[in-house]
Design a protein around this ligand. Structure first.
Ligand code: HPA
Length: 271
């Protein structure tokens, strides 16, 4: 993985005239709209990047966008890789390794998630203040690459408190409904059963999804401060029990794109 990461990073550096991103941004399901706000300098298709996996999910278009967002240099992943697509954890997190090798200072990730907290409403934003990894594996399993980070990384502050406070302040200023919450990651691709939602609530989770945690683990391994935000696209764990579909998830995520875009745009200017 180290050699592949170096090779891919070198390819990207030469394809982008040594563009130096300060922020790495991962745009989740239905949330790719932020990409339109980036004054893009270079766009690379995943297909053309050596060693990059190719996204297979509807709503994930598969591009790396390099450019300026509110005056800051960013690289954004439009479309991420999920464990349920059949990729290994190393493949899922490969772009994050490359972002780190490119020299990002901060990682911002977004996702669509199911909400279990009864205070939440569909369309709310949840600023992730901690996570529970319920995926049956971890991207750091295997020989540790000491150049990347320690064998046993600390996870006591996985989500940067100053970015959390800043996000909340911006959301409040714009009258956007938002909360802090704990994100639980499951492999999917099934949505949760009613019993699973109830259990997730009892173990302290507020939102659940199928991404984000592997990416944050890899970034924290390298000591990169992280910010994560979920759009609540559906609710579970309490009555009335409702069906969930991928189409609805995408629809709600799209409808929330503007709010999320505004917050991320303001955040990058201030941190
Ligand atoms: N679970 C439940 N609801 C969701 C998810 C999930 O993983 N992702 C988006 N909505």
């Amino acid at each position: 993985m180290l050699a592949k990461t170096i090779a891919t990073t070198e390819y990207i550096r030469s394809a982008t005239e040594n563009f130096q991103p300060e922020f790495g941004i991962v745009l989740g399901s239905g949330l790719g709209g932020l990409a339109k706000e980036i004054q893009s300098a270079f766009t690379l298709d995943y297909h053309d990047i050596p060693n990059f996996p190719v996204s297979t999910v509807k709503g994930h278009s598969g591009k790396l966008i390099f450019g300026s967002l509110n005056g800051k240099h960013v690289v954004a992943m439009q479309g991420r890789f999920h464990f349920y697509e059949g990729y290994s954890m190393q493949e899922v997190t490969f772009p994050i390794r490359v972002f780190i090798a490119l020299g990002i200072r901060k990682l911002l990730v977004s996702n669509a998630a199911g909400g279990m907290n009864p205070d939440f409403k569909i369309g709310d934003l949840v600023f992730i203040n901690d996570h529970i990894n319920l995926m049956p594996t971890n991207p750091l399993i295997g020989k540790n690459v000491d150049e990347w980070g320690p064998r046993f990384p600390d996870m006591s502050e996985s989500y940067e408190p100053t970015m959390l406070q800043l996000a909340k302040k911006i959301a409040d200023e714009h009258g956007v409904r938002s909360h802090f919450g704990v994100y639980a990651s499951l492999t999917g691709p099934c949505f949760e059963t009613p019993a699973e939602y109830r259990w997730l609530r009892t173990i302290g989770a507020d939102v659940v999804g199928m991404s984000t945690v592997p990416e944050v683990i890899v970034a924290r391994h390298a000591g990169i401060p992280c910010f994560g935000v979920s759009v609540v696209t559906d609710l579970g764990g309490f009555e009335p029990i409702q069906k969930v579909s991928h189409e609805e998830v995408l629809e709600v995520a799209h409808a929330s794109e503007k709010k999320l875009t505004r917050i991320i745009k303001e955040m990058v200017a201030l941190c």
